[in-house]
Design a protein around this ligand. Structure first.
Ligand code: SAM
Length: 364
């Protein structure tokens, strides 16, 4: 039985003259089709009973450590009277609740505002149910960047947002890069490469190395570049914190990574069958952090810290860890220390994930 998204794509292919859709379009439909997309309806599917874990689903410590980064941003701005935390990709609002819990009793507790960029009404409703009782009138929502009113001091944050942006899939044919698209194959879907016409994608392809084996397949991320361009143009001073799995370009496009990073997650299993059960599985590709940093620098932001999650969070946790010294740990502290171990140990999440803190505060 084809999934609803697959049926929709087969109909779109039949209706389109070319009979070919870019993989980015297929990924967009699989994840964000308003009715059938994986990320439509109500936010579920993350954590023990879902398809995959994120740092947020490990427990509240992650958000509490990000609250320490927000405090650092506010300090670097000279402790202004107004300060907003802006989050995108907030899912069910759990990270916002945890960050807020970390801020509530500190110097930002009386002044901070929280704003969530969320295009989906079902997700907004779930976030409101969770956050309005906690944050009251100081939490607000914007459908997209155009709806943001956060002038002044701010920290923008997103956890595993960019890996969920649709990517274009490219293949090296020994002479040139081609774009792999999706076509009808029998009763289902299959891949078919075609020449890349002049334009944005051809410019992206021109930046890739060419001394690669025949058939080398990878991804490029014009959606991430465009998103960053827009984000850096928003009228706020402060930081942007991006947490995700990814590589710098050299590692991303290394000859041995001959099948790219595009993967399907379902029921805590991962594979490369990215056309299977569309709309019912998560599709994801690693972030190209070199591209993100280049685009941010063009937009006036500099790199403040860029490192593996383990090192980043250990730095953020220093005051908390110091406060525990010499005290017998309570069971609540022991639970947080176990979360710290999962978030920072290289064999858990500490090495696979990167954290990038960008700043446009002069002198910081
Ligand atoms: C992999 S999940 C991560 C969720 C959560 N941040 C976490 O770490 O548990 C990706 C999330 O990004 C959201 N998302 C994707 N594109 C978005 C956009 N343009 N604006 C807001 N959220 C978006 C999806 O709806 C989904 O909730």
């Amino acid at each position: 039985m084809p999934s609803s998204v697959e049926t929709f794509i087969l109909q779109s292919l039949a209706a389109s003259g070319a009979g070919w859709l870019s993989f980015a379009e297929v990924m967009r439909l699989a994840l964000y089709h308003p009715e059938y997309g994986y990320y439509s309806g109500n936010p579920q599917r993350i954590g023990r009973t879902g398809d995959f874990y994120t740092a947020v689903s490990v427990g509240p410590l992650y958000g509490q450590l990000l609250a320490a980064v927000a405090l650092e941003t506010w300090d670097s701005l000279g402790r202004p009277d107004s300060f907003t935390i802006i989050e995108q990709g907030a899912h069910d609002g759990q990270l916002a609740a945890d960050v807020w819990a970390g801020l509530r009793d500190g110097p930002l507790g009386e002044i901070a505002r929280y704003c969530i960029v969320e295009p989906q009404l079902g997700y907004q409703r779930a976030q409101q149910d969770r956050l309005v009782p906690l944050i009251g009138g100081r939490v607000s929502w914007a459908h997209d960047f155009a709806g943001l009113r956060a002038g002044g001091g701010a920290m923008f944050l997103c956890n595993e947002l960019l890996d969920a942006f649709p990517v274009h899939r490219l293949r090296w044919n020994g002479v040139a890069w081609e774009e792999i698209g999706v076509v009808r194959e029998g009763d289902g879907l299959g891949f078919k490469p075609r020449a890349i016409p002049p334009g944005l994608l051809a410019e992206e392809a021109a930046r890739l190395p060419e001394d690669l084996p025949l058939g080398y397949t990878t991804e490029v991320h014009p959606a991430a570049a465009n998103w960053l361009h827009q984000l850096c143009a928003q009228p706020f001073n402060g930081t942007i914190l991006i947490a995700d799995y990814g590589y710098e370009a050299e590692e991303y496009y290394a000859p041995e990574r001959s099948d790219g990073t595009l993967r399907r997650y379902h029921d805590h299993r991962v594979d490369g069958e990215v056309l299977r059960d569309l709309g019912e599985c998560d599709l994801t590709a690693h972030v190209n952090f070199t591209q993100v940093i280049d685009e941010a620098e063009r937009g006036g932001f500099g790199v403040k810290r860029f490192m593996e999650q383990g090192r980043f969070l250990t730095h953020a946790a220093k005051p908390w860890l110091a406060s525990l010294e010499g005290k017998p740990p309570s069971s609540a502290t022991m639970a947080l220390l176990r979360q710290f171990q999962t978030l920072t140990h290289p064999s858990h999440m500490g090495a696979a994930f990167r954290m990038l803190l960008l700043s446009n505060v002069s002198g910081s």
